[in-house]
Structures are given as C-alpha cells and as structure tokens.
Design a binder for this molecule. Structure first.
Ligand SMILES: Nc1ncnc2c1ncn2[C@@H]1O[C@H](COP(=O)(O)OP(=O)(O)OP(=O)(O)O)[C@@H](O)[C@H]1O
Ligand SMILES: [Mg+2]
Length: 409
C-alpha cells in the first residue's frame, strides 16, 4: 500500500530551497555526487511512494545528443544509456512535467529491463539538461504535489548543471591565464638572463681576440681561438634569445591606468568570487595617464592579485583584495592590499629575489615578484612592499610624466 501522500508542502519547499542554495554555493565540480544524493533524499522524504527513479542527462554533441543515466543511489554513477533514447528525448523536448503510463510494449519492456520490475505509472520532468523520472509498479497516478516536487527538483538539477559548466569554464580560463602569465614571465626572464650573460661574454670575446693578435705557442693559440669561437657562438645564442624576448614586447603607449587595472580585475573577479574573495576598487578619479606596456602592467596586477589570493586561502572567512590608485609624490601608484596573514617584515628584502617562495611543493616558483619588479624597473618605476594594518600591501609606482593627460574617466 502506498502511504497517504498528502505532502507536507512547507517541508518540501524548505528542502528544495536549501538544496537550491547548496547548488549556488557549489565550489567545485566533484560535489555533483553529493547534490544528487540530496536530490534522492528529497524524493524519499517528500515525494509520494515510488519504486524507482532515474536521472537522464542529455548533452548536445556533434551530430546529435549523448544520453547517460544515473540511478541517484549514493554509489551510483553515470553510464551511457542503452535503448530508450526516444522516450527520454521526447520528455526532454517537452520541457514539462507529466504523469503517464508507459507507452506501448516497447517502453514497458525497456523500463522493466532498466528497473528490474514492471512499471505502471511514470512521473517525469524535462529540464534544460535532462530528465528526472520516478516510477511506480502499480498503475496508480502520482499526485499534483508529487509533480510539484519533481518539477522543483528538475529546476535544481538544471541549476546544478549550469553551475558545473560555469565552474569548469572559470577553471579552464584560470589555467589559461596562468599559462599566459608563465609564458610572459619566461620571456621577461629570458631577456634579463640574456642581458646579464652579454656582459661577461663581451669580456671573453674581447680579451681572447686581443690575445690572438699576439704571437703564441700553437697549442695555446688553438685553445684561445676555441675560446673566442665559443664566445661568439654563445653571443649569437643570447642575441637570438634577446630578439625573441623583445618580440614579445610591444611599444609602450599612453594608457588610462584606472581602466587598465579595472579591466584586469574583470578577468579574475569571477574566479575569486567563487572562492569567497571580493575584489574592491578605490580609483583616484583624476589619475593622469601613464606611458606603459599594457600587457606587462596587466601581468603585474594579475601576479599581485594571485599572491593575495594564495595568502587569503590561509585564513578563514571572507577574503578581500582592494585595488587602490592614487597620485603620490611624483608617482602614479597602484596598491594591492589584502586581508591575508601579511608578509613578515623579516622577509621583505627576500621576496623580490628570483626563486624565493614560501609556498610548498610546486605551488609557487618564486618568480612572480622578481619578474614584476623587473617590469616596474623597465618602466622607470618601482615595486614595493608597504606597512599595512592587516594583511599585505604591495605598491606599484610608475613615474608621473609632465606630458600626461588628465584622464577623463
Ligand atoms: N599578498 C601576500 N601575502 C603574503 N605573502 C606574500 C604576498 N605576496 C607575496 N608574498 C610572499 O612573497 C613570496 C614571493 O612571491 P612571488 O610572487 O615572487 O612568488 P610565489 O608567489 O611564491 O610563486 P609564483 O609567483 O611563481 O607563483 C611568496 O612566496 C610569499 O611568501
Ligand atoms: Mg606569486
């Protein structure tokens, strides 16, 4: 016998509401299974009695749809659907909730195979990415309340799959962004290394060519000639490296600094929001324009925000990064301030050194700040760490040039 199915309406709505919230708070894609288990619990608690349920996923792929099925049990998993696709697609396309009996023998037999029992009544709801269905062995219709709960669950599942898609996209974007940052860093570092190597090379080439002008024992002369030739080869390589690195550097141009900072923040705001980190802006409205390389300045801003994000991960509670622009004693400045644990004063002089990192494993290369400081120097500016009441405050200073136009933001 089926239980009297006068659903406790407010109970059902409450459960759906908390489930919806859980979906919106989802932080990572591997929480799908947990949500599906909760969907099943809602069905068990407030849905009318049923003998089986299935969740079908419909994914648009090249040349059609891919169908998969889940049993909604805690140990359940997605497997591809065998047979029955037409009925699932029909329910999906209808995008509505309906109570019906199985169609013809074909569907009846297919369901019997799926559920290992006969099916006399079906309640199904089609949502954007699939179909949720519950089944009864006896041909007793489901109630309107059951339909309402199922439809609510369909909406939750739709929200779930949109959210998972969002999370995947922002993850992919972040990976891409990091990759670009690393490549830019490599370019910058290459230029610096090549530049540094050119000085000793000049000595090697110069001194050996001077020696070759004198008479020497032939064995010594062979040796010096080999040194000279190797020096020329090395210079050739370093010239090519420099050429490659310069190729990545476009010309500096006059930039609306506030806008550049704001546009850079847009790139990461969403990803950070997902981690409960807010990026706030405090922009000086009358900031003069700066002469700079947009891509490189963006790289600094991204690196500083990335460092703040890594730091904030060490604290509990809501994170906050403030991007503040101002004019200060001949400089146009950007401060990136966060509410992380801060940077201990005893390492202030180390953090700009290449490969200095306090991050474990492969979490950090320790190149971020050294590359950023190099970029700041290339712009006749500076990158500094400053005292802050809480958290860390990094400041980028760019020279305030006389010819700078006042920005009309
Ligand atoms: N906002 C911050 N809060 C706390 N510590 C920071 C902050 N920014 C930088 N640091 C410290 O400075 C060190 C050096 O930073 P840097 O950006 O050069 O390298 P990294 O972040 O460790 O590695 P990578 O930038 O390659 O990921 C960090 O390891 C960290 O100890
Ligand atoms: Mg860093």
């Amino acid at each position: 016998m089926y239980k009297d199915n006068s659903v406790n309406d407010s109970d059902g709505r409450h459960l759906l509401k908390t489930l919806r919230l859980a979906v919106w708070r989802l932080q990572n894609a591997d929480q799908e299974a947990g949500i599906l288990a909760r969907v099943r619990k809602v069905l068990d608690r407030v849905g009318g009695a049923y003998d089986g349920c299935r969740l079908y996923r419909v994914e648009e792929v090249k040349g059609g749809q891919k169908l998969s099925v889940h049993t909604l049990t805690p140990d359940g998993y997605w497997r591809s659907l065998e047979g029955g696709g037409d009925w699932v697609l029909e329910a999906w396309r209808s995008a509505s909730t309906c109570c019906r009996v199985p169609k013809l023998r074909g569907e009846r037999d297919w369901l019997a195979g799926q559920l290992s029992r006969g099916v006399g009544a079906i309640l199904e709801t089609g949502f954007d990415q699939g179909v949720l269905a519950i089944y009864r062995e006896a041909p007793i219709a489901f109630s309107d309340e059951d339909a309402e709960i199922l439809e609510g669950l369909g909406e939750v599942l739709s929200g779930l799959y949109y959210r998972l898609q969002d999370l995947q996209q922002s993850h992919a974007k972040e990976v891409q962004l990091r990759q670009v940052q690393k490549l830019q860093m490599v370019g910058q570092l290459t230029a610096e290394v090549a530049h540094e190597i050119n000085n000793p090379l000049a000595v090697i080439i110069g001194e050996s060519s001077l020696l070759l002008e004198d008479k020497m024992e032939s064995m010594v002369e062979d040796g010096v000639r080999a040194v000279y030739k190797a020096g020329l080869q090395a210079r050739d390589i370093s010239e090519r490296l420099l050429h490659f690195a310069r190729g990545q550097k476009a010309k500096k141009e006059w930039l609306n600094f506030n806008r550049l900072v704001q546009e850079t923040a847009v790139l990461v705001r969403r990803t950070l929001q997902n981690e409960q980190i807010e990026i706030a802006e405090d922009m000086e409205p009358n900031l003069p324009w700066v002469e700079a390389h947009a891509g490189q300045i963006q790289q600094i801003v991204l690196n500083l925000i990335q460092n703040s994000r890594d730091a904030i991960r060490q604290i509990d509670g809501v994170g906050r990064v403030v991007l503040r622009t101002s004019i200060r004693q001949g400089w146009v400045t950007l401060q990136v301030e966060d509410n992380g644990p801060g940077i201990p004063e005893e390492i202030w002089s180390d953090i700009f050194e290449p490969f200095f990192t306090t991050k474990e494993g492969d979490q950090g290369t320790g190149l971020g700040l050294s590359v950023c400081a190099g970029i700041a120097r290339d712009h006749d500016g500076r990158l500094l760490v400053e005292k802050s009441d809480r958290g860390a405050c990094m400041t980028l200073e760019l020279p305030l040039k006389q010819s700078a136009v006042l920005a009309s933001n």
